[in-house]
Design a binder for this molecule. Structure first.
Ligand code: F6R
Length: 247
């Protein structure tokens, strides 16, 4: 299903409320909430609202376990563009999550260790009962996580090559496309699919053409997000601009 809200602020609050409800429901059952998280511009206001709920309403993240979708490779965690830094600055430094409950793909691995690491990332998700909720943005290539065109629907966590358009879109953060890493470690489409609920968010006119393809287009590896059409557990949460080309 597709839900359209007037703007990014309202939509982000709705998503944050869904996350808070999940966390509280799990707390009542003395259980952990396992969240799959995204970086980039799209989820920033969701994280802001969660921080506000923590500070003003006492929402606790002590029972929350997180797995991020992806990280550039190679990438040092203390680099300005790392997703470790992004998550710290935009969420984790401002809430009471336990550091040991945070998982972000490791951009510092030696090449020969990546395959084992990716398997263990999958296993760690499984060991805590799987993802209760996965948050997604969408890239203009149709990527979810960094599953670029050509990704298989049953793909797992792995090292991938970034699409040229994705690197161009990231060039501002890196001061030029030539500085954007060519690779990343990402959860696979199969990994994402195992989540009990999936929320894909998109805001702004810039995303309208790819949203049209993702929601209404023919399913194809050329637009990995179209695979989400296969799942009953996916919600597309859009602002009016991102939804403006949907029929
Ligand atoms: C980020 C991620 C990517 C982004 C996508 C959209 O962890 O997995 O798929 O969600 O590139 O990026 P923004 O939100 O910056 O438009």
């Amino acid at each position: 299903p597709v839900k359209v809200y007037k703007d990014e602020h309202i939509a982000s609050k709705k998503v944050a409320n869904r996350i808070a409800d999940l966390i509280r429901r799990k707390q009542d059952n003395h259980d952990n909430a396992v969240l799959g998280l995204a970086t980039g511009a799209t989820p920033v206001k969701v994280y802001e609202e969660l921080i506000r709920m923590h500070k003003e309403e006492g929402l606790s993240f002590k029972n929350v376990i997180t797995f991020n979708l992806d990280e550039y490779y190679p990438m040092q965690p203390d680099a300005k563009q790392s997703y470790v830094k992004f998550m710290d600055e935009n969420l984790f430094n401002h809430i009471d999550i336990k550091r040991e409950n945070i998982h972000i793909p490791d951009g510092t691995l030696a090449k020969e260790d990546i395959t084992d690491y990716c398997l263990s990332y999958e296993n760690q998700i499984g060991a805590v009962g799987g993802l209760d909720l996965q948050l997604l943005g969408i890239g203009r290539t149709g990527h979810i996580g960094f599953n670029e065109p050509g990704s298989a629907p049953n793909s797992g966590t792995r090292l991938v090559t970034l699409d040229d358009l994705t690197r161009r879109d990231a060039s501002r953060d890196f001061g030029g496309k030539e500085n954007v890493p060519t690779k990343a470690i990402t959860m696979g489409i199969g990994t994402i699919f195992k989540a009990k609920e999936i929320i894909l968010m998109a805001w702004s006119k810039k995303k309208a053409p790819i949203l049209k393809k993702a929601v209404e287009g023919e399913m194809s590896g050329n637009v990995p997000a179209t695979y989400l059409q296969l799942s009953d557990n996916v919600e597309f949460i859009l602002d009016e601009d991102a939804a403006s080309e949907l029929t």
